[in-house]
Write a protein of this length. Structure first.
Length: 228
């Protein structure tokens, strides 16, 4: 082999050597990347395991809390149920059972009971009556309160003064309706509509502090005559 051919071969060998060095570098980079990838996967797995443990602890805490609170929740629901039942029963059987109420229902007149009192849960056979009310007041007007003292069943009445209506007919309810009337003259309460069982109503006059428990037939009136 000539010197020229040797040099050419030697140079070609030298030029072929870099690929081996590049492969070593690539291998080193790949190992580094793989180590980083494995480390990242380990971190993710650790985080997932940690989250799983936290979630399990949270579920266990919630279950334990529900177990502790369960009897109190049941007791609370029972108390609410009892309260609602009591309120409903009170609403349905709201008649006053005091001695004053019994006397008012018997005598149809009372100076001790307040406006809005309920004397019975159903309409009874009450007889219509007229009254004369004497007072010493110098007032020109007085207030009256009108309400249904028995079953609130859709009875309607109308108030007239000396034969003239002072307002439209209205349904009497347990809640008293307040009206201002003259302190002298005639006030009529006229039955307009019977909701069932007869029109029973109560009227309380501020001028003498007296409540009257009355009844009115449809189309007829009870008269309250005010004199001084």
């Amino acid at each position: 082999m000539s010197n020229e051919q040797y040099n050419v071969k030697n140079n070609s060998n030298k030029s072929a050597s870099p690929p081996f060095k590049m492969n070593e570098a690539q291998n080193g980079n790949f190992s580094t990347y793989q180590n980083q990838h494995n480390s990242t996967e380990n971190n993710i797995n650790f985080m997932q395991n940690d989250k799983y443990e936290v979630d399990n602890r949270t579920l266990e805490d919630k279950a334990e809390r529900k177990k502790r609170e369960g009897p109190f929740i049941i007791l609370g629901l029972i108390c609410v149920g009892v309260a609602l039942t009591t309120m409903l029963f009170s609403y349905r059987s709201g008649a006053d059972t005091s001695q004053a109420a019994k006397d008012a229902l018997k005598n149809k007149v009372s100076t001790t009971v307040s406006a809005g009192i309920i004397l019975s849960n159903k309409d009874g056979n009450s007889q219509a009556s007229d009254y004369t009310i004497t007072n010493k007041s110098n007032a020109k007007d007085t207030k009256v309160w009108i309400w249904d003292y028995a079953a609130e069943d859709g009875d309607y009445v109308q108030v007239l003064v000396n034969g003239a209506p002072i307002g439209d007919a209205f349904m009497i309810k347990h809640k008293p309706k307040e009206i201002t009337v003259p302190a002298e003259g005639k006030v009529q309460i006229k039955g307009i509509k019977d909701g069932g069982g007869g029109i029973t109503y109560a009227v309380r006059y501020d001028i003498n502090g007296t409540s009257y428990f009355n009844a009115a037939d449809v189309g007829k009136s009870n008269t309250y005559t005010f004199t001084k």
